[in-house]
Design a protein around this ligand. Structure first.
Ligand code: F6R
Length: 361
């Protein structure tokens, strides 16, 4: 069942180029966008995205995409807060619920709160027969295939792909994206499975880095823009399976408190593709190094050429056009968590205290 892999998590990480390819063939066939008719973003005042855990971080990445590519104001919240907040919702809005299982109790309750209040409810789910899929007006399958490992991996990248297709559709519907730009985005997305394969090739390198990470008590992840939620996801993945305390921060927030934690014993993982925000992130990274933090810089060739000096280690990623890097950088984040947990000897597929599907509040 594990197809020769030691853990389901390893298998599911490795499957990503294939399942992402399936999702791409479904949502971006023949260089076009393929989403249901009823999903028209033209006249909306707002989007609301609600989920838990890793699925919430997928929503958090998508917020950057919807706002930048479609000029659509976008609210995100974790379901356990959203459902009790009684937030007012504009009628001209969609509420989107992202859930691998489609059965998460808080997400389902948040969905039930939104019925009648918004123009449409939309499910982004892995299980098409699930409660959340059935109760939404529109259900979009992420096509990741069965995910067994408790730590969500391939579901996350497939959620991101579906949300990316939606953000592009929103950009087109709202006249925010020129046809030539759309083509470029579609080309970039369709290249992701190939780039992911390349990225999986750095597994051995990551396994070595993980030996050091496994000795740490605390680990920080930093990112800016859509890489910020990926920093949060990297920290969640690491803590849930290796039991090492980890936090993700927006790079620019570092100096507002967390920098006090930095010393030689704290590895800091910096997720920084060579994009518009690169120089800003690098200056935060240098603040860390000035305090003897051990930096692992994950970037592309250009980024590493510009900023490797003084780091503890680097990981080279293929270059990927903005704003899609989070889909690709999810892979090293997952592998770092995986190999650190393996080095610590924890139960990777069944971490303590956790369940795959959280159907109680
Ligand atoms: C983390 C993880 C959890 C889930 C969360 C939501 O690796 O798997 O944080 O993402 O429990 O579950 P779903 O997506 O089934 O609603």
């Amino acid at each position: 069942e594990k197809a020769g892999y030691k853990h389901f998590m390893a298998k599911e990480i490795a499957e990503q180029p294939v399942v992402l390819g399936d999702a791409l063939r479904h949502y971006l066939p023949n260089g076009q966008l393929n989403l249901p008719e009823g999903l028209d973003f033209a006249d909306l005042d707002r989007l609301t995205l609600v989920a838990c855990g890793t699925a919430f971080y997928a929503c958090s990445v998508a917020k950057y995409w919807f706002e930048q590519l479609a000029g659509l104001p976008c609210e995100i919240d974790v379901a356990s807060e959203f459902r009790y907040r009684e937030p007012p919702l504009p009628k001209r809005s969609f509420a989107i619920f992202v859930s691998q299982s489609g059965e998460t109790a808080d997400t389902l309750a948040a969905l039930r709160y939104c019925h009648e209040k918004v123009a449409k409810t939309v499910a982004v789910v892995n299980v098409p027969t699930s409660s959340i899929a059935r109760e939404c007006d529109i259900a979009l399958p992420i096509l990741a295939g069965v995910e067994v490992g408790v730590a969500s991996t391939k579901a996350f990248t497939c959620q991101l792909l579906v949300l990316a297709a939606m953000a592009l559709k929103a950009g087109v519907d709202r006249g925010h994206i020129a046809p030539a730009d759309l083509d470029e985005h579609l080309t970039t997305l369709r290249a992701l499975p190939g780039l992911m394969n390349t990225t999986l090739g750095c597994s051995e390198q990551i396994e070595k880095l993980a030996e050091r990470l496994a000795e740490a008590q605390d680990i920080l992840f930093l990112g800016r823009g859509p890489m910020f939620p990926l920093a949060l996801e990297g920290a969640l993945k690491l803590k849930e399976i290796s039991y090492i305390h980890a936090e993700g921060y927006a790079s620019g927030e570092l100096k507002h408190g967390p920098i006090a934690l930095i010393d030689r014993s704290v590895p800091v993982i910096v997720l920084a593709p060579h994009d518009r925000l690169f120089d800003k992130t690098v200056s935060n990274m240098q603040e860390v190094m000035a305090r003897h933090g051990e930096v692992l810089l994950i970037s592309d060739g250009k980024g590493l050429a510009a900023a490797s000096e003084g780091t503890w280690a680097t990981l080279k990623m293929p270059a990927v056009a903005e704003p899609w890097a989070p889909i690709l950088y999810a892979v090293p984040a997952q592998l770092l968590a995986y190999y650190t947990a393996v080095a610590k000897g924890t139960d990777v597929d069944q971490p303590r205290n956790l369940a795959k599907s959280v159907t109680v509040e």
